[in-house]
Design a protein around this ligand. Structure first.
Ligand code: NAD
Length: 392
């Protein structure tokens, strides 16, 4: 078996937290050969390459140069959300397949450009929405699609992080920069996960969005205040008339039992599901406090191997990329992998519309931003013109 020759673009937090294990310590590592890495941040690049013995001539500050100089089958794009499109399109145009860290992109226009180029070149763009492999969500999606719950009517799915994630005053810093929660909103960072897992469950297209944002806790932080959003409620109306509230934020007290407290309730015509997603059945009590361990996501085994859905989902996507490379993936499978649901196009459309809803909204004296109603079809037509019809 010929290993997949992979170039890594971006070697920041997500590589440190997740992908270093996928590349070098997972059940998929023997399928891969990390040929080189590119990142303009010399410190991040040196950390990654130094740790895994990637020699100086395979370290690049430009992905264009890496792609030109190395023999690759695929690249893994780990740049910030707004910078997914350029390296992806560049790699596709050089006939490489691409794995992207979630989300596909932060705007529908970027997402469309990536998918269009992939189709033109007959290449794959696969997005690592690892939550899709959480066994509970896999089961719920299959049961919902089998019809046992009937028709979805109303859902509340939430994901709330501890304040330390957004607070630049917290030591040690969770994210390095003071302006992390100014530059990133809970929508770009968290709603994407929950919106995507919801869309995967119900398989319905989103048609209207209205977001409400709260900026009350973060500006009160000292000595560094943060002019960002604490919490967002994104109301999504689906093609069947069902309404989901995707509630995300990062201002839970640091005493929370998990970095991310998340749960879901889905009410349908013939049933209801409750998903306590942060309860993985394993609670740890140490001198540090009481913590729910999410070993379903990332499990450090005694032999040094790392397993869990944080590894298995991107690992299986890399297997698909290998099968495409080796000519073993037929048209039907390719089309399924490139569908707007599978690539996360609709997830991007939800978040893009939610940001637009807030931008056009009004701020109350209590610092609540009441977003406007946004028609997803209008956003797509505005951004993509006639090509919007591909997704409607
Ligand atoms: N941090 C996480 O746990 C996590 C989890 C899942 C997905 N993600 C996603 O992963 C992506 C990266 O997030 P992150 O948290 O690692 O961000 P980060 O800012 O920590 O790292 C991004 C890296 O990309 C590099 N970069 C920027 N422009 C580049 C370019 N032109 N070429 C090559 N490298 C470039 C930056 O220098 C930086 O080192 C985002 O899309 C994010 O949503 C992050």
């Amino acid at each position: 078996m010929k290993r997949l020759r992979l170039g890594v673009i971006g070697t920041g937090s997500v590589v440190r937290e997740i992908y270093q294990y996928l590349y070098f310590h997972s059940a998929y590592s023997h399928l891969l050969s990390v040929e080189g890495a590119a990142d303009p941040n010399g410190q991040a690049l040196a950390w990654f390459c130094g740790r895994f013995g990637i020699p100086a001539e395979r370290r690049f500050d430009s992905y264009e140069e890496m792609i030109e100089r190395l023999e690759l089958d695929a690249v893994h794009v780990n740049t910030p959300d707004s910078l997914h499109c350029a390296p992806t399109v560049h790699a596709l145009e050089r006939d490489l397949d691409v794995l992207v860290s979630k989300p596909l992109a932060d705007t529908a226009v970027d997402a469309h450009a990536m998918l269009t180029t992939a189709r033109q070149r007959g290449k794959l763009v696969a997005v690592d929405y690892h939550k899709r492999d959480d066994p509970r969500l896999v089961d719920v999606a299959a049961r919902y699609r089998s019809g046992v719950y009937g028709q979805f009517q109303v859902a509340v799915w939430y994901m709330l992080d501890k304040l330390m994630v957004a607070d630049p005053n917290h030591e040690p810093r969770f994210f390095a920069s003071d302006d992390f929660a100014v530059k990133n909103s809970p929508i770009t960072f968290l709603t994407v996960h929950m919106a995507d897992s919801f869309l995967q469950t119900v398989g319905l297209r989103p048609v209207r969005i209205r977001a409400t944002g709260f900026s009350q806790k973060l500006p009160s932080l000292t000595p560094i205040p943060v002019q960002g959003l604490d919490l967002c409620d994104t109301e999504v109306v689906f093609e069947n008339g069902g309404v989901a509230h995707i509630v995300t934020g990062w201002h839970l007290p640091n005493t929370a039992h998990s970095i991310t407290v998340q749960s879901s309730r889905l009410i349908c015509t013939d049933g209801l599901i409750d998903l306590a997603m942060d309860m993985c059945g394993y609670r740890e009590i140490t001198s540090e406090g009481i913590v729910e361990r999410n070993s379903l996501f990332r499990n450090f085994e005694t032999d040094g191997r790392v397993s869990g859905y944080g590894m298995s989902y991107p690992g299986r996507l890399l297997e698909k990329i290998m099968s495409r490379r080796d000519g073993e993936m037929g048209t039907e499978e390719y089309e399924a992998m490139m569908s707007p649901f599978e690539t996360g196009f609709y997830t991007t459309a939800v978040c893009d519309a939610a940001e637009r809803s807030l931008e056009a909204g009004t701020r109350s004296k209590d610092n609540v931003i009441h977003g406007v109603d946004v028609d997803v079809a209008e956003v797509l037509k505005d951004e993509l013109g006639d090509a919007a019809n591909d997704y409607l």
